[in-house]
Design a protein around this ligand. Structure first.
Ligand SMILES: [Zn+2]
Length: 442
């Protein structure tokens, strides 16, 4: 039976819709048409740092096997669902759908990597579509073809996580979400760290429910589909759930961060991880944002830890000249007001500079701290009168209250792709071993 990879993107707008919802509907429709799924629905987050995107920037891919004779019907069903559910009248919503048959070529995988870590053009996507006999449908400017093809190319064979998304019924959309808060606390206690980012530990706020008019009631993130189903059973919703589905995703994997060897290689809109030495004092600017400069042999660059990053900006405040760190985050281009800046999502302290203060020596006779008699003239004890020109100032190191380790922005300000602390050491490799089951409802 032929295999089809169906990628689509850019159907939603800040005022309505959600591309994941179209995926959830399509899973059911394609299932009824007789398609069988070779993977969970894939939700692939693309570079959050591209200039034209302010929201989540998630693209979808459904991977199926089906009989030759229903391929046309499947293509029509997908195109129709995208047309019907996309917010086409919104300026800047430019949906795209891509169909790729059989195996995923390495070049499309490489294209996906560039779309997650950098900036690509629609032209490049169309060239690949042509080269590999895929089919692409673009609505309006069709920029969604980029994401559609990238979602196909990101086969999530490396590190990946899962997200269970539950959707609201139509009549409730746009109203406050009604979830029993205590059930989320209970769910977190029973399933964490197999689920993560359920609650903001600093402000005790629930993080699984988005705000805004989209159809998502809540999304639970975790390491395995089983943990998510268990978590979903514990969460108590006081409004009906229309449907739910489990996605396999690159959430929480740091897939967007490209490690570069020197600061000169940092480019605007390309999220990075780069090492440098703190070059001066940190500045706290209006709003509680912290700014400092790092440098290496090749260049220097500003780093910003914004106030909402919580503990990250608290750590950034304590950095001093000479500290060796790795800065991770999106890169904002220079503006008339600010130079090119790394917007920190995490920072790794590699080596703390010794922070010393110089003190006058103590008197060898009576232990009293001595007085200086002037530059290079030695010291004198005020209590017993002892004098010496041989004694020198003593360097005392003081505690930094920082450790050489990784610090991550607080969960409430983490991007979809940011790997949270609790995931370190849990990185997966390879495709899921268990066959997929119980991953959507109805
Ligand atoms: Zn003395």
């Amino acid at each position: 039976m032929p295999r089809i990879h169906i990628g689509f993107d850019d159907t939603d707008s800040p005022r309505m819709g959600c591309t994941t919802y179209i995926a959830a509907i399509l899973v059911e429709k394609l299932h009824r048409l007789g398609a069988s799924f070779t993977d969970y629905a894939n939700l692939v987050r693309l570079n959050p740092n591209v200039p034209w995107k302010t929201r989540g920037n998630g693209a979808l891919c459904l991977r199926i096997r089906c009989k030759q004779k229903i391929i046309e019907e499947i293509k029509e069903t997908v195109t129709e669902a995208v047309e019907k559910n996309a917010d086409l009248s919104y300026e800047g919503t430019d949906p795209g759908v891509v169909f790729l048959f059989n195996h995923v070529p390495k070049q499309i995988t490489a294209f996906a990597r560039r779309t997650i870590q950098g900036v690509v053009k629609t032209k490049e996507a169309l060239r690949l579509v042509d080269k590999f006999d895929a089919e692409a449908i673009g609505l309006k400017k069709g920029r969604g073809i980029i994401g559609g093809l990238a979602a196909i190319g990101e086969t999530l064979e490396g590190d990946h996580t899962y997200e269970l998304i539950a959707y609201r019924t139509r009549e409730n959309r746009g109203t406050p979400r009604r979830i029993m808060q205590s059930s989320v606390v209970e769910m977190n206690e029973k399933t964490s760290p197999l689920t993560f980012n359920n609650i903001d530990p600093e402000r005790k706020r629930i993080l699984i429910t988005p705000r805004g008019p989209d159809p998502i009631l809540y999304g639970i993130r975790g390491e395995t589909p089983g943990a998510l189903r268990r978590a979903h059973q514990i969460v108590h919703s006081e409004e009906p759930i229309e449907r739910w589905i489990i996605f396999r995703t690159n959430h929480g994997t740091d897939a967007h961060l490209r490690r570069v060897n020197s600061i000169a290689q940092v480019n605007p809109f390309n999220p990075v991880a780069v090492q440098g030495v703190v070059a001066g004092e940190t500045k706290v600017i209006t709003g509680g944002h912290v700014i400092f400069t790092i440098q290496d042999k090749t260049a220097k660059i500003d780093c910003a830890a914004y106030e909402p990053t919580g503990m990250l900006q608290a750590v950034a405040r304590k950095l001093v000249r000479g500290d060796l760190i790795e800065a991770c985050g999106g890169v904002r281009p220079a503006s008339s007001e600010y130079p090119i800046t790394i917007n920190l999502e995490k920072l790794r302290i590699l080596k703390l500079a010794p922070r010393v203060t110089l003190h006058n020596p103590r008197c060898p006779r009576c232990e009293k701290r001595m007085k200086s008699m002037g530059l290079k003239k030695g010291f004198r004890c005020e209590k017993c009168g002892f004098r010496s020109s041989k004694l020198e100032k003593i360097a005392l190191e003081y505690k930094r209250n920082l450790e050489p380790k990784i610090y991550v922005t607080s969960p409430r300000s983490q991007r979809h792709l940011t790997k949270p602390l609790c995931r370190y050491g849990k990185e997966k490799s390879g495709m899921p071993k268990k066959t997929i089951s119980d991953w959507h409802f109805p």
